[in-house]
Design a protein around this ligand. Structure first.
Ligand code: TXA
Ligand code: MG
Length: 322
């Protein structure tokens, strides 16, 4: 069973031996290993149960070694990096030969990020390779935002979980690729389209098409609890669709008067979208452990970070109800 601790020495030694451990970031916990080592990368896929055609993000401590791993960097990528790193943003850039095909699932681009977490930045500074890390959940399930959540999901498959406390942002990074110089958002996140527009004059949003999976966060039925999730704009009327008994509520600001309090999670009583993002996955996870028949979740205002939260809720949902 995995040990939870804050010991960077243990963490770096295990990584140097080619092991996979869990690390904290400001978004969600990651399942990390040497990104330059094909066998370690294979272990990450195995532990996560993730199809090998679904590439990983590499994590670096700073810009120093950047050009060893990526090339032909658009000017706008540099501008975004300057503004938002370290932080919850991942850039898709052309890889160099140092990055093995296993890490990018043979794609020509590699996903790169400088995370903003002091413990993980210290760890990355101790290593002479980047860390490949997908979110530390079994494939398709809810991403973990605490060390205990990682232990409950993958504790029997790894030896060490570096404990960085609860994740401050709570949803996965915004993924941005480039069409020439134009940034294209592939996965919504904490860095919003209008944040990108403060740096680049134009931004495109890559809309999901059926069958096409460019990033796993784009596949439907992702980030999903095992309990069926129904998503609605009118949570106050959910009892028109379902019995009140055995229903869990995931609401933005307000409790439902008919449902016992213990079966409800309120994401932000004051209506703060950043706080809602931070609480989202733990709330989903807790409701999922209650053996309820269904979870009814509420759409959040579709602005700013609300767009990223609604994206995750939509992927978690089995059905949208009126
Ligand atoms: O916040 C985050 O991004 C977290 C923390 C741990 O950094 N990581 C994370 O990783 O969410 P993961 O693997 O769960 O999601 C990364 C997404 C996947 O949907 C993957 O398909 C996409 O990034 N991706 C990675 N490399 C790519 C590439 N070369 N081209 C297109 N998509 C890529
Ligand atoms: Mg993930």
């Amino acid at each position: 069973m995995a040990e939870i601790g804050k010991n960077l020495q243990i963490a770096s030694e295990l990584l140097n031996q080619g092991e996979v451990i869990a690390i904290p970031t400001e978004t969600v916990y990651g399942l990390a290993g040497n990104a330059l080592h094909a066998d370690t990368v294979k272990k990450i896929y195995q532990i996560k149960g993730r199809p090998e055609n679904n590439p990983l993000i590499i994590h670096l401590p700073d810009f120093d070694q950047f050009e060893k791993y990526v090339r032909n960097i658009p000017q706008n990528a540099l501008r975004l990096a300057e503004k938002f790193w370290p932080g919850p943003m991942t850039l898709l850039l052309e890889k160099t030969a140092l990055i093995p095909d296993q890490t990018t699932a043979s794609l020509p681009r590699v996903a790169v990020r400088i995370p903003n977490h002091p413990l993980t930045l210290s760890l990355l500074n101790m290593l002479d390779y980047p860390l490949a890390a997908p979110s530390a959940n079994p494939y398709g399930y809810i991403s973990p935002t605490s060390a205990v959540q990682v232990k409950e999901q993958l504790g029997d498959k790894i030896r060490y979980i570096l404990d960085g406390g609860p994740c401050q942002k709570g949803i996965e990074s915004t993924i941005i690729g480039f069409d020439g110089e134009i940034p294209v958002i592939y996965r919504k996140g904490f860095i919003t389209p209008s944040d990108v527009e403060t740096v680049c004059s134009e931004v495109k949003i890559h809309e999901n098409r059926d069958q096409e999976i460019i990033t796993s966060g784009m596949s439907l039925s992702h980030y999903a609890p095992k309990t069926p999730v129904f998503l609605t704009k009118h949570i106050e009327n959910f009892q028109d669709h379902f019995p009140v008994e055995h229903t869990g509520i995931l609401a933005f600001t307000t409790c439902h008067p008919l449902v016992p309090r213990e079966f409800q999670r309120i994401l932000s009583p004051s209506g703060d979208l950043a706080e809602a993002a931070k609480n989202l996955y733990l709330a989903m996870y807790e409701l999922d452990t209650m053996k309820l028949d269904r979870i009814v979740a509420e759409f959040l205002p579709d602005v700013g970070i609300g767009m990223a939260i609604n994206d995750r809720l939509t992927r978690a949902a089995n059905q949208i109800i009126s």
